[in-house]
Design a binder for this molecule. Structure first.
Ligand code: NAD
Length: 414
C-alpha cells in the first residue's frame, strides 16, 4: 500500500517538477514508533501485540490521524495512511499535519476488558510523543468513541486533564456533536457538488457500497434522506441488495444487533464482494484498502466512485477506471469530513467551549465545498484527474509551509 500512495504522490510531483531529493524529504516520515504491548486476556493468558504510530509530517501543525485495530496493521501500511493524512489535512486546509497508527490485534476475537487493557498499555508506551499540540489520534477501523475515551483517560493520568489529546470521543466526554456522522456527511456534500457539476441530482441516484460501519452507515442514512436509493451493501460477512432501495434505518438497527448486513430480511442476499461491480450510478468503497484492482476494475458499473475508505483503488485499477471515464473522487478529498470535524472537536476542547450541531454542519459544509472547488479548479488548470489534483494541492500547501518556516538557499518551487 505504501508503494501505491507513493505512486499517486509521484504523479502529482511530476506535474510540479519536484526533484528526487525533495520527493524523498516529503515522503519520509518525521518519526516512526513501534512498541510491544504485553497484556493478559480474561483467562490470564499472555497476549502479545505490536502497536504503531507513524508521524509523517508536522509542518502545518500538530499531527492528526486515526488508530486502527486490525490484524493487517503494520509499519508499511500505517506509513502509507500517515502520508495520506498529511495531504488530506492540507487539501481541506486544516492546521494539522499527518499521522496514523494502530495495533495488530483482532478486536472481534477479544473481550472488551482485554481490548481496554491493550489500549491503555499502548497509550502508556506512546504517551511522550502524543498530545494536544503534538499528535492527536482519532477513530478508524474498529476503534470506537469508547476507545477514544479510554485513550483520553490514560493520557490524562500522565499529563493532567487533556481532552484535546484525542478526537472522536463520546459526546458526554468532550466529543463534538456531528463527529460520528462527519465522514459520511462529508461524502454526501462532495457527491452533491460533483453531481451539480454534471447536471445531476442525488434523488435520481442509485448507490452501492462496501462497508457499513461508521462511514458507510452514516453515508447511507444521509444519502437515503436526500432521496438516493441504496441498492446494495456488502461487508466482511456478506451482502444484501434491493433494486428499489434498502430500508436504511432498519438495516442500521440490524447491523447494530448482528454486527453484519448478512441475513438482513429487508433485501436479497448477495456476496459481499459483488457490491463493487453492482449496477448502480455511484459506488462507495467504505471498508478496507485495495479493493478495486485490475481484476475487477473492468467490471465496475458505477460512473462515479466516491472513496469513503482510505486507499481503496490500486494504481492499476485507477488507470483502467480513468480510461473508462469513471469519475473517481479521491479519498483525500472525499472522506476528509471526519478529520474536519475532529479539528472542530479539538478546537472546542482547547477552548473549553461547545458548538451546536448546526454550527458543526454549517462549517463542515463550507470546508468540504471549498476543498472540492479548489481541487476541481486545479484539475482543470493542470488538465489532470481529481486524485492528481488533490495530491498536487496537498503537496503544494505542505511544501510552501515548509519553505516558509526555515531559510533555504536552494530554489525550490511548489
Ligand atoms: P468501521 O470499523 O466502523 O467499519 C468497517 C466496515 O468495513 C464494516 O462494515 C466491516 O464489516 C467492513 N469490512 C471489514 N473488512 C471487510 C472486508 N474484508 N470486506 C468487506 N467489508 C469489510 O470502520 P470505518 O470507521 O467505517 O472506516 C471504514 C474506512 O473508512 C476505512 O478505510 C477508514 O480508514 C476510512 N475512514 C474512516 C473515517 C472515520 O471517521 N471513521 C474517516 C476517513 C476514512
Amino acid at each position: 500500500m505504501l508503494e501505491e500512495t507513493q505512486y499517486y504522490f509521484n504523479q502529482a510531483a511530476d506535474v510540479l517538477g519536484l526533484s528526487e531529493k525533495v520527493r524523498r524529504i516529503l515522503l519520509t516520515p518525521f518519526r516512526v514508533i513501534k512498541v510491544e504491548i504485553i497484556t493478559e486476556d480474561d483467562q490470564g493468558q499472555l497476549m502479545h501485540h505490536l502497536g504503531y504510530r507513524i508521524q509523517h509530517n508536522k509542518v502545518r501543525g500538530p499531527m492528526k490521524g486515526g488508530l486502527r485495530f486490525h490484524p493487517t496493521v503494520n509499519e508499511d501500511h500505517a506509513a502509507s495512511l500517515a502520508s495520506l493524512m498529511t495531504w488530506k489535512t492540507a487539501v481541506v486546509d486544516l492546521p494539522f499535519g499527518g499521522a496514523k497508527g494502530g495495533i495488530n490485534c483482532d478486536p472481534t476475537m477479544m473481550s472488551e476488558r482485554a481490548l481496554h487493557a491493550v489500549t491503555r498499555k499502548f497509550v502508556e508506551q506512546i504517551k511522550e510523543v502524543i498530545g494536544p499540540t503534538l499528535d492527536i489520534p482519532a477513530p478508524d477501523v474498529n476503534t470506537t468513541p469508547k476507545v477514544m475515551g479510554w485513550i483520553m483517560d490514560e493520557y490524562s493520568k500522565y499529563a493532567g486533564f487533556s481532552p484535546g489529546v484525542v478526537t472522536g470521543k463520546p459526546l458526554h466526554l468532550f466529543g463534538s456533536p456531528g463527529r460520528e456522522e462527519a465522514t459520511g456527511r462529508g461524502l454526501m456534500i462532495v457527491l452533491q457538488e460533483a453531481l451539480k457539476d454534471r447536471g445531476q441530482v442525488l434523488s435520481n441516484m442509485t448507490v452501492a457500497m462496501q462497508g457499513f460501519g461508521n462511514v458507510g452507515s452514516h453515508a447511507a442514512r444521509l444519502l437515503a434522506a436526500e432521496g438516493a436509493k441504496i441498492v446494495a451493501v456488502g461487508d466482511h460477512k456478506g451482502g444484501v441488495s434491493r433494486a428499489d432501495g434498502l430500508p436504511v434505518g432498519d438495516l442500521i438497527d440490524w447491523v447494530q444487533e448482528h454486527r453484519t448486513v448478512q441475513g438482513f430480511p429487508g433485501g436479497n442476499a448477495c456476496a459481499g464482494s459483488d457490491v463493487l461491480t453492482w449496477k448502480a450510478d455511484v459506488l462507495i468503497p467504505a471498508a478496507l484498502g485495495d479493493v478495486l484492482t485490475k481484476d475487477n476494475a473492468h467490471e465496475v458499473q458505477a460512473k462515479i466512485i466516491l472513496e469513503g475508505a482510505n486507499g481503496p483503488t490500486t494504481p492499476e485499477a485507477n488507470e483502467i477506471l480513468q480510461k473508462r471515464n469513471v469519475l473517481i473522487i479521491p479519498d483525500i478529498l472525499a472522506n476528509a469530513g471526519g478529520v474536519t470535524v475532529s479539528y472542530f472537536e479539538w478546537a472546542q476542547n482547547i477552548q473549553q467551549f461547545r458548538w451546536e450541531t448546526e454550527q458543526v454542519q454549517k462549517e463542515l459544509s463550507k470546508i468540504m465545498r471549498k476543498a472540492y472547488r479548489d481541487v476541481t479548479e486545479l484539475a482543470k488548470e493542470k488538465k489532470v484527474d481529481l486524485r492528481t489534483a488533490a495530491f498536487l494541492l496537498g503537496i503544494r500547501r505542505v511544501g510552501q509551509a515548509a519553505l516558509s518556516r526555515v531559510h533555504i538557499s536552494e530554489d525550490i518551487q511548489f
